[in-house]
Design a protein around this ligand. Sequence first.
Ligand code: PLP
Length: 442
Amino acid sequence: MAMPIPHRDLSKSNAQFQRAVKRLPLGVSSTFRYWGDDRTIYVHHGKGGRTWDIDGNNYVDYRLGYGPAILGYADDRVDEAARRGMEVGGVFALSTERELIVADRISKMVPAAELVRFSNSGTEAVMAALRLARAYTGRESYLLVEGGYHGLFDAAMWMSNMEEWDLGSNTDPELVPYGKGIPQTVKKLAHITPMNDFQRLEDVFARHGDTFAAMLIEPIQGNCCSIMAQAAYVQLARELCTKHGVMLIIDEVKSGFRVGKGGIQGIMGVTPDITTFAKAVANGYPISVVAGREEVMRTFRYGGASHGGTYTAHSVSLAAAEECLRILDETPALETLANYGERLKAGISDILNARKIVHSYTGHPSMFGLFFAETPPDNYRDWKTSDYSFYDQMAYYLHDLGVICEPDSREPWFMCEAHGLDETCLTDTLKAVDMAVDLTLQ
Ligand code: PLP
């Protein structure tokens, strides 16, 4: 007998959408929050590992704002610290003592972060990193890795033309922009290479390495199913960058202070010249970090690379960052959430194996991708050419059953400490997965 399709009341969200779309394009403030006219959710509040919508539905939430809520929503310890930051006064056209306290913590946790500068968003941090690399090297072009995402600025929004993938190894993949409004002239400076293709990496450096200011890489592609670079691939990138005088920028906006105290660079044993952090730094309060080698970072100076911003090092975000990083550094929070991720993966596998559904995982237990094939994808090309219809349908049912994962399989499932401290998150999720898989199989 066919299982009944779950019903979720979204009447208040639907009504809100009808009002909002008259004032906000697509009814949202970030295009990716639009899930269709009748499935776009408006949040009432979040607490711990769960989110409540305005209709009163509650969800175990594995999106966590695309990763920032590393401890969980509305964490009392961080929010209390943020309140102390509020009392200080917000933003000044001057510096505060807390900047050094937080910078010291970051340098202690990530040795490559010898010097530190604060910004507000991941986009700003990566923009600053690229500018810094250009100012330091005196070069302008740069290398991207397919499947990476580095923010909304023009230089970062390029991908390979999928129709031209079969080019021989001595040719550069053609670049196409992510959407309209990105000037073609920017393209002249950008190059791209497939992840984990060692030969092509050597080739592209042999052809253009001496013109690159930087190579940008996300060793766990938090915007492409958490596909992992092989450590040897990142080590080769390090060697080639050193040989050609290129700045290696490891973008840890998603992986930083999540996969481990020292980030993915610590796990892979690679020291970048420049690195960027954002999401998990302050449990969701807006702050980002560009950090790196002292000599390079000192290029931020009058007459050197320009960096600043009205809201940089805002006292609320800094106070939240001080407390969040203290917790991540001094308590077992990261172990708790990674352990939860392992148990969740094992539970999902039990359900899928019982139905003989072939699957595999990518990434790290704290941010994993679920893939319906025996071998997980090794690069964006593998991912792009895979069939994701089962995942898409399962995600759709999971939302109706009270579990929010990203409907787009590119985004990983994110864990937070609160998931690991509330056993009902696991039991509720697995119950929903069990049903969603059966519904998808129908
Ligand atoms: N870099 C990476 C690796 C990201 O995942 C993101 C956002 O998801 C960004 C940069 C841009 O960050 P933001 O959205 O805070 O501008």
